[in-house]
Design a protein around this ligand. Structure first.
Ligand SMILES: Cc1cc2nc3c(=O)[nH]c(=O)nc-3n(C[C@H](O)[C@H](O)[C@H](O)COP(=O)(O)OP(=O)(O)OC[C@H]3O[C@@H](n4cnc5c(N)ncnc54)[C@H](O)[C@@H]3O)c2cc1C
Length: 301
């Protein structure tokens, strides 16, 4: 029996599960490897995903895996892919524990690590009352006192955006010039230039921003900037080119049409490609990449 998979999908988040579903329905022998660290697991629920709005992330991923069970060509394993390389006619993927699998194509859907400012309290409230995406978490914090951890021009953008959810928004930034301050103030957004020492709260709920001088302002939701960084060495091992760094992604993979990378047979989907991170977007990119993989395997493209 041929022991070469048609595709090894690395990562079982929205991108990888969506791809595996499309591959399974196309009867492609697919091995999905996943370590279960989807980046939104810290959040209370998924916000803004049609059909799944407000669903717990863990339930959503379990449901996605359940759907794959209907397709005999797909196998899911809870294991890490630790290394990948090109073999003569295929790719070899080494798994934690020493096993090795071969495949004609590889789909990298490993997600990214979200890095936020290292200020006390941010990590403790991450994904709940400290968040990077107002579209994901703004509704749950609507009409409350909110703040934006400013970082220059991008902080102005965030402050204006967050005013869609609350009339009580403060941008925390000592670097803004008079024009920027006036622009925010004209939109009803306050600016506070004091140095932030920590954010304070109880369990899931944020209560205040604490400044270096000891003063506080009420704050029940804090919007922060993040940089997305690679969490897996596989792309580098396979020689995948990265895109130029952007304010959002430091090390995104460069993809062409439908998730194709510079290495024939290696595809990428989801956050790892530097697209705007959301579950809806990664589901779409996984689906598109899978269609491209079927095209590649059948010679149709
Ligand atoms: C805190 C937080 C809250 C969010 N909330 C929302 C929201 O409410 N709504 C919304 O639309 N979006 C939200 N997002 C964005 C959304 O979660 C991401 O865009 C999405 O999860 C990315 O999907 P992905 O499949 O690319 O990667 P991930 O979901 O991160 O999944 C990647 C998977 O690959 C696995 N993996 C990585 N490397 C390996 C390896 N070498 N071997 C095997 N497995 C591996 C990981 O463990 C993980 O399970 C949120 C993000 C964060 C950080």
């Amino acid at each position: 029996m041929d022991t070469t998979w048609d595709c090894i999908v690395v990562g079982g988040g929205g991108a990888g599960l969506s791809a595996a579903l499309v591959l399974g329905r196309a009867r492609r022998r697919t091995l999905l490897l996943d370590t279960g660290g989807q980046s939104n697991r810290a959040a209370h629920a998924i916000g803004g995903l049609l059909g799944q709005d407000g669903r717990r992330a863990a339930d959503f991923y379990a449901h996605g895996r359940g759907e794959l069970a209907a397709y005999p060509a797909v196998q899911v394993r809870d294991i890490e892919a630790v290394a990948a390389a090109r073999d003569d006619a295929a790719f070899v993927v080494d798994l934690a524990g020493g096993a090795r699998e071969r495949a004609t194509t590889v789909l990298l859907a490993t997600g990214m690590d979200y890095r936020a400012a290292d200020i006390p309290g941010i990590a403790e409230h991450w994904g709940r009352s400290v968040f990077h995406c107002p579209f994901c978490h703004g509704w749950e914090h609507r009409e409350r006192p909110l703040a934006v951890l400013g970082d220059g021009p991008a902080g102005i953008h965030r402050g204006l955006l967050l005013s869609a959810w609350s009339d009580d928004v403060t941008v925390l930034d000592g670097s803004l010039d008079a024009e920027a301050r006036e622009r925010l103030q004209a939109a009803g957004v306050r600016v506070d230039a004091r140095e932030v020492a920590q954010v304070r709260g109880d369990g899931d709920t944020l209560e205040a921003v604490v400044f270096a001088d000891g003063a506080e302002i009420p704050c029940e939701g804090l919007l922060v900037a993040v940089t997305l960084e690679q969490r897996s060495p596989l792309a580098a091992q396979l020689g995948i080119e990265t895109a130029p760094p952007s304010p959002l992604s430091a090390e995104a993979l460069a993809v062409r049409q439908m998730g194709m990378t510079n290495v024939p047979g290696v595809f990428a989907a989801g956050d790892v490609t530097g697209q705007m991170p959301s579950v809806a977007n990664v589901i779409a990119s996984g689906s598109n990449a899978a269609a491209a993989i079927v095209g590649y395997l059948t010679g149709a493209m």
